[in-house]
Write a protein that binds this ligand. Structure first.
Ligand SMILES: [Fe+2]
Length: 338
């Protein structure tokens, strides 16, 4: 599936999940084909966007978290409904734990990074998967999930001209952008909602520290090593991975294999090595459906990944033959082809 902004919807697109209003009533059901009047209604109700099917979805890996939950989370984040975000973050943990496989097979779900909140949900899912891999308890996973889902909530206080600038930021603009962890902390700390449940201290800490680097070169405090809360260290990896693989107005998306290479290269400087080692067990460098060049000179499409060794997928050649790299050890993947 693909996330499409409300203003970019076209008649004929098909919803991949139910669409709910603020009172949890179904507005449109999954599999509804959008007409101009449905699109007008979605825009009038000020939805940021919706998930629609894309050609070839049937063959793609199923999503670890449903489009319905993703869309609810996106809308609650956009409305800065922190209570609802905490609830949804917990539901996301439950959905991930009941998933058959935790391997991240998808090429980025966001076609454009202007959707800050689509990115936030991706970061949440990946953070929880890493957390599970690191053996965190359920209560810890829920707090990690809350921090990950709301990690960029402070971006709502960064001027939109800076946030959505379709080019590289100036030094001054970048300095303002770097305030978003502090703005996020303030949003969670100074809640004015009457009777609102307090946000846990570790969640606030994770939001405030998600741009800290292992070697102390990050911001806002320049914390180092284990002085950075574990949740923030996990979110940092998931955040950078999803940002690299997302297309932005001023850069193309990096493919998963190259993004993983970048993350590995920064292990021990930007990132905690233990967390990277867990990350590598769950993120497929050659996701299902991607076209690859192999060391035997042949090209093919990845049709299955082996959970024990994600660098050795099964690849289907154009003539229908299949190369299983777990059996054919003299063949390796050289790179992903566009
Ligand atoms: Fe951030």
């Amino acid at each position: 599936m693909r996330y499409v902004g409300a203003k970019d919807l076209k008649a004929g697109m098909i919803l991949s999940s139910n669409l709910y209003d603020d009172n949890e009533q179904v507005l449109l059901r999954a599999n509804t084909q959008l007409s101009d009047s449905f699109i007008a209604r979605i825009q009038k109700l000020q939805f940021d966007g919706v998930y629609v099917y894309e050609n070839g979805d049937v063959e793609n890996a199923k999503s670890i978290v449903s489009d319905e939950t993703r869309m609810k989370a996106i809308n609650k984040l956009r409305k800065l409904d922190i209570d609802a975000c905490m609830f949804l973050a917990n539901s996301i943990v439950n959905e991930i734990q009941s998933s058959d496989s935790l391997i991240v097979e998808q090429v980025s779900l966001s076609s454009y990074d202007s959707y800050t909140y689509v990115h936030s949900v991706n970061v949440d899912v990946l953070s929880v998967i890493i957390g599970i891999g690191m053996g965190l308890k359920n209560s810890e996973l829920e707090l990690l999930s809350q921090g990950a889902l709301m990690h960029d909530i402070g971006k709502c206080d960064v001027p939109v001209e800076i946030l959505n600038k379709p080019a590289k930021l100036t030094k001054e603009e970048y300095e303002e952008m770097k305030n978003h962890p502090l703005y996020g902390l303030k949003r969670l700390r100074d809640r004015v909602d009457t009777g609102a449940e307090d946000v846990a201290a570790v969640v606030k800490n994770a939001v405030y520290s998600h741009h800290e680097n292992w070697d102390g070169s990050g911001y806002p405090r320049g914390l180092q090593g284990e002085g950075i809360h574990k949740f923030a260290r996990i979110i940092h990896v998931a955040d950078v991975y999803d940002a690299l693989t997302a297309k932005r107005a001023y850069k193309d998306a990096m493919n998963p294999a190259d993004a993983i290479e970048y993350i590995m290269a920064n292990s021990g400087t930007m990132f905690d090595i233990d967390i990277i080692n867990t990350f590598l067990k769950y993120v497929a460098p050659y996701p299902l459906g991607c076209k690859v060049l192999m060391s035997n000179g042949l090209q093919g499409i990845v049709m299955e990944n082996d959970e024990k060794n994600l660098s050795r997928p099964k690849v289907k050649l154009q003539n229908g033959a299949v190369i299983d790299m777990m059996k054919k050890l003299d063949v390796t993947v050289i790179r992903i082809l566009d």
